[in-house]
Design a protein around this ligand. Structure first.
Ligand SMILES: NC(=O)c1ccc[n+]([C@@H]2O[C@H](COP(=O)([O-])OP(=O)(O)OC[C@H]3O[C@@H](n4cnc5c(N)ncnc54)[C@H](OP(=O)(O)O)[C@@H]3O)[C@@H](O)[C@H]2O)c1
Length: 169
């Protein structure tokens, strides 16, 4: 798993360095760019030769949802952004943070926002609304549970132990 992450990071870095030599009209910020969805997006963009920047605390520049002071550096030269909020779009306060980030992104010149949302999650509705009204083109992805929750996420260990317990049917 560590080897896989390293390989993907290298590809994204290659892609990002590539963007230094070109106009940055296409630069795409991938928040959560080393996570379950983000690293797959980064991988596919790199395969297409599209410049991207990983938005994570380990990225360069570092991006932290809880540190707005660093957002401007992460957004510099960015024209589209994938928003994968951590830890979960439905946690209280996520909508406020996403709203502030969406406003900062549009002010920085971002023209398209893609929000990773949840399906049938009332807590995600406000985050969707603030992205839709931020002043950029938008896409909302209303995803249900990822299969990868079971194969690489927090449910992997219970699966391997043979017992998954959830407060749901
Ligand atoms: N799992 C599901 O079934 C499901 C379904 C629908 C929607 N969602 C939504 O999907 C989102 C999570 O997406 P995901 O599963 O692709 O990501 P993930 O794998 O859960 O997230 C890990 C990523 O977040 C980054 N990260 C962690 N803390 C951070 C912070 N404070 N600031 C900035 N980045 C941070 C990590 O990098 P660093 O450690 O380097 O910062 C890493 O890139 C959530 O909003 C969730 O509500 C999930």
């Amino acid at each position: 798993m560590e080897r896989l992450n390293l390989a993907l990071s290298t590809e994204c870095m290659t892609s990002y360095q590539h963007s230094d030599h070109q106009p940055s009209e296409d630069l795409i910020l991938i928040t959560g760019g080393t996570g379950k969805t983000g690293r797959r997006i980064a991988d596919r963009l790199a395969a297409r030769g599209r410049p991207s920047r990983i938005g994570s605390r380990a990225g360069s520049p570092a991006f932290d949802w809880d540190e707005p002071a660093g957002w401007a550096a992460a957004l510099r030269g960015v024209r589209a952004a994938y928003l994968s909020y951590y830890p979960d779009i439905a946690v209280p306060g996520a909508d406020r943070t996403i709203s502030a980030f969406a406003v900062a992104a549009v002010e920085a010149g971002v023209r398209r926002l893609v929000l990773l949302s949840g399906r049938g999650e009332p807590g995600a509705a406000e985050a969707e609304r603030v992205v839709q009204s931020a002043g950029a083109e938008w896409t909302v992805l209303r995803c249900s549970w990822f299969n990868q929750n079971f194969s690489e996420g927090y449910l992997l260990e219970p699966i391997l132990d043979g017992r998954v317990e959830l407060p749901a049917g």
